[in-house]
Design a protein around this ligand. Structure first.
Ligand code: GCU
Length: 299
């Protein structure tokens, strides 16, 4: 299966996907496997999600924010405060009793099924000048993912949200079009954004997630034994990714310090207070609210 990833080959998702390929081939007698195209060579996530729907690309890692644009119920998964941390997020998102309906909600309309997710860990702010309070963030152009929730979060925190594809952020920071962006430590280091925005502030405004999506027709065409093996293999891949993620986050932090980045540990309260209304604003439909409540029960 042709698999699209927008990360570099030193990102833990690349390692986890290649290990998944080996496992999948072993348990399906080599009938199934994934061939990972890294560095967004097949396109940015907004294009690739459509290619998966068409079946031109078989599978991809797509940020949770990109699915919001196809089904607004996905916004629940991207709200500040919905997940307490990585372990809560992994447990909930592998529980099909909670997630099943959402994961199949794009099959008829778009031809896309969600298999599960890889955590993105906590997303934090990084900027060209130091930021420790919402007041200091005022007027700064901060790159966000192309989603309403992502835009609203940064605006609520005090910044001027600037939606832009992931692959354009380095140059925009370098040329001064942006004053900052937000992402986890691993992306900040592997994308080399640490060279062009030297202040990293631990706002932890969102525990992000990346969905693993597959062309629905492919999944439907698997023989039952392979489909079962695929699911079991996925659960092993998920556990492996979570461990790699934790290790690589620690390593990225070490690297940030070694490369002279200033890490700002702050009192998060003023940011958390500003983010609360954002979560409330998106919990208007019955589906969104009951999903949110079900996820919170598992915290
Ligand atoms: C993270 C995430 C990606 C996403 C990126 C972004 O790196 O894992 O899937 O595309 O953030 O901010 O766009």
């Amino acid at each position: 299966m042709i698999f699209s990833l927008n990360q570099t080959t030193d990102h833990p998702s690349y390692a986890a996907l290649n290990a998944w390929n080996d496992d999948l081939a072993a348990v399906t007698g080599e009938r199934w496997g994934i061939d990972v195209y890294a560095n967004a060579t097949l396109g940015g996530q907004q294009e690739v999600v459509m290619l998966v729907g068409d079946g031109a690309v078989d599978m991809a890692v797509i940020s949770g924010t990109a699915l919001e644009n196809l089904n607004p119920d996905y916004r629940t998964m991207n709200l500040p405060g919905v997940f307490d941390g990585i372990d809560h997020q992994v447990a909930v998102t592998n529980n099909l009793a909670i997630m099943g309906e959402l994961y199949s909600s794009l099959e008829e309309s778009h031809g896309i099924t969600v298999v599960g997710m890889f955590t993105q860990g906590a997303r934090n702010l990084y900027t060209t000048a130091p930021v420790e309070t919402p007041e200091q963030l005022s007027g700064m152009r901060i790159r966000v993912q192309e989603s309403d929730v992502a835009i609203d979060m940064i605006n609520a925190m005090g910044g001027a949200a600037t939606p832009m594809p992931y692959g354009e952020v380095y140059t925009a920071l370098q040329s001064g079009i942006l004053d900052g962006a937000e992402n986890n430590e691993v992306s900040y280091v592997t994308q080399r954004h640490l060279e062009v925005a030297r202040h990293y502030t631990l706002t932890a405004h969102q525990v992000g997630l990346d969905f693993i999506v597959v062309h629905s027709g492919l999944l439907a065409g698997m023989r039952p034994a392979d489909a079962e093996a695929f699911r079991a293999s996925w659960l092993r891949a998920s556990a492996n990714h979570t461990q790699l993620w934790k290790d690589e986050t620690a390593a990225a932090t070490e690297q940030m310090l070694a490369e002279g980045v200033t890490i700002h540990e702050i009192d998060r309260t003023p940011f958390v207070e500003r983010l609360q209304p954002v979560a409330e604003r998106y919990l208007t439909s019955d589906v969104a609210r009951s999903l949110y409540e079900r996820i919170r029960q598992e915290a």
